[in-house]
Design a protein around this ligand. Structure first.
Ligand SMILES: [Zn+2]
Length: 255
């Protein structure tokens, strides 16, 4: 890599290439990016791990396109290649994010963890991973980074270690690349972290947190009341940090 190409920022993939022989030079990773705290942290983790990052973002008919815009911004900031995929899950519906179903608001953390809420999108991660898999095979990526988390999440079934391990087994027999001895590994560095630990990891990786959007609603500012806002606020509060983007729910979130 020509030294003049590199912007010298930590997040620049060119800079990562030059950091040392231990880096996985020219190895690519697809990162499932929604523009939120978790997936943005994964993007920066993939860069730290030495991969050339390809950020894959879905316009799937969600309530707002803010997460697509914000994903593009954070991908640009990180020096990642950005790719948007359009899949209209409104044709299927069945979720508060893709149908005329209300997003729950004002729930306490304990209540959020109690049952799978209507913001669950049927088979969403299975669909996203399938597309990521297809893309990975085409660009010859070796890893797929995903911000799945089993601790501070609303009980979604497609974010658990069991789910990831099972999907990995499918990958190992599903592709021309993998049956010929190649590898595509799902990486979920945040899966056993609390939101507090994810915020701390994001700070360590120098993720520009003010550019991450977690709220399910697409208003001018984060609503502070949906499960995503409440979990995010919990993480910042427990990490002892102020969320410059969303301060509405800092004071009234109860663990
Ligand atoms: Zn919200």
């Amino acid at each position: 890599m020509d030294a003049d190409v590199c912007c010298k920022k930590v997040a620049c993939p060119h800079f990562v290439h030059k950091k040392g022989n231990e880096m996985k030079k020219d190895k690519k990773a697809v990162v499932l990016l929604s523009g939120g705290l978790d997936s943005s942290t994964c993007l920066y983790k993939a860069i730290e791990d030495g991969y050339v990052p390809y950020a894959l973002c879905f316009d799937y008919g969600q309530r707002h396109l803010k997460e697509v815009e914000w994903s593009r911004r954070i991908a640009e900031k990180a020096g990642a290649i950005f790719k948007k995929i359009k899949i209209d899950l409104r044709q299927i519906g069945g979720s508060a994010l893709t149908d005329n179903i209300e997003v729950p608001t004002g729930r306490e953390i304990k209540e959020i963890a109690r049952d799978i809420p209507p913001t669950y999108v049927p088979a969403r991660n299975t669909i996203f991973l399938s597309v990521a898999l297809s893309f990975s095979e085409v660009i010859d990526a070796e890893a797929i980074y995903m911000g799945a988390n089993m601790i501070d999440n609303p009980g979604y079934p497609d974010t658990t270690p069991r789910y990831i391990e099972t999907y990995q087994k499918l990958i190992n027999v599903a592709l021309k690349k993998t049956v010929k001895g190649g590898k595509i590994e799902i990486k979920t560095p945040l899966i056993r972290m609390t939101k507090k630990e994810i915020v701390q990891e994001a700070v360590r990786l120098m993720v520009p947190l003010e550019l991450t959007w977690s709220c399910y609603q697409g208003e001018e500012e984060p609503c502070g009341q949906c499960d995503a806002c409440r979990l995010r606020a919990k993480g910042f509060r427990e990490a002892g940090l102020t969320d410059s983007l969303c301060q509405k729910s800092d004071s009234d979130v109860h663990a």
